[in-house]
Write a protein that binds this ligand. Structure first.
Ligand code: ZN
Length: 290
């Protein structure tokens, strides 16, 4: 077993600094999975905000986001398929420009970026919603090399520290034949071994926080909060926290909100992330959690 700190260092520093580091996110390939859109909204709102952590993320990483991979299916109210009746998440291997146009275009973009020597495509995360499982969790790929397996587990472990609704124990790694045409599986084979591809699932209905046996129903706000926690986990992954210009003590007037937010948003968090929560609330002002 390799120590987590050294794994993190190796995972985050395998590529030269000069390369443009890209995180590619997609959502809503399955049109009925509307929670995925709220998670994606949380990611986008945070990344474009004036939050100091968001600025650091924008300075160091490029986020490419396709919030809706299946817009015609969403428009029609389909649960899983596109206008032409395809489950797009089974056609990544050979998408057709006329039958799967959005998928074809996104795949072309990813393949093109992957061939650009100035670009380092390091993460692909496809956001879904799950109809039977609780919590947020991830699916990843299976590799022969043990060190790569452990490096792949780093991001979900860090996310588990930041998000009380994210479950590392429900996170799993598989190579099922039936999943071969998914984005996560296909791109896992396409990108090199220092890139990570995940499906991020979030429950349609509720989550269990660590140490609790009472399910908490998800709301639009808590889905968006998971999205923010996904975004800020890249700070931990790339060890950018010390670059955030926000260590001044604060006298926030609404102490009950602070306490509540620590419990809800940071039950396993550390002091550094509590500082992030504080600064986030200070920027939000009277609006509270955004
Ligand atoms: Zn799905």
């Amino acid at each position: 077993m390799i120590a987590e700190s050294s794994l993190l260092a190796r995972a985050a520093n395998l590529k030269p600094e000069r390369e443009k580091r890209v995180v590619f996110l997609t959502a809503r390939v399955h049109p009925g999975e509307s929670p995925a859109s709220f998670v994606c909204q949380g990611i986008i709102d945070f990344l474009v905000s004036q939050h100091p952590a968001a600025r650091v993320l924008r300075d160091h990483l490029v986020f490419k986001i396709v919030p809706m991979l299946n817009p015609d299916g969403v428009y029609l109210g389909n649960y899983r398929c596109s206008l032409m009746g395809f489950d797009l998440n089974r056609h990544w291997q050979d998408p057709s420009p006329w039958a799967h146009p959005t998928l074809h275009a996104v795949k072309q973009l990813i393949v093109h970026m992957n061939q650009d020597p100035k670009v380092s495509l390091e993460f692909y995360i496809d956001v879904h919603a799950h109809s039977t499982m609780m919590n947020g969790f991830m699916y990843g790929n299976v590799f022969e090399e043990e060190e790569r397996v452990q490096r792949q587990a780093v991001f979900p472990r860090l996310l588990c520290n930041n998000a009380p609704d994210f479950s590392f124990s429900s996170t799993s790694f598989n190579r099922d034949v039936v999943k071969a045409g998914t984005g996560r599986r296909f791109l896992g084979g396409l990108l090199d071994d220092t890139s990570y591809c995940y499906t991020l699932e979030v429950s349609f209905y509720s989550y269990l926080a660590a140490g609790s046996s009472a399910p908490v129903p998800y709301t639009e706000d808590t889905y968006m909060k998971l999205g923010r926690n996904v975004a800020r986990t890249f700070l931990d992954y790339y060890r950018l926290n010390n670059l955030i210009d926000d260590n001044k003590p604060t006298n926030h007037s609404n102490s009950s909100l602070e306490g509540q937010s620590y419990r809800q948003g940071n039950s396993h968090g550390n002091g550094r992330n509590q500082e992030l929560e504080k600064s986030e609330r200070r920027i939000q002002g009277s609006k509270g959690d955004y």
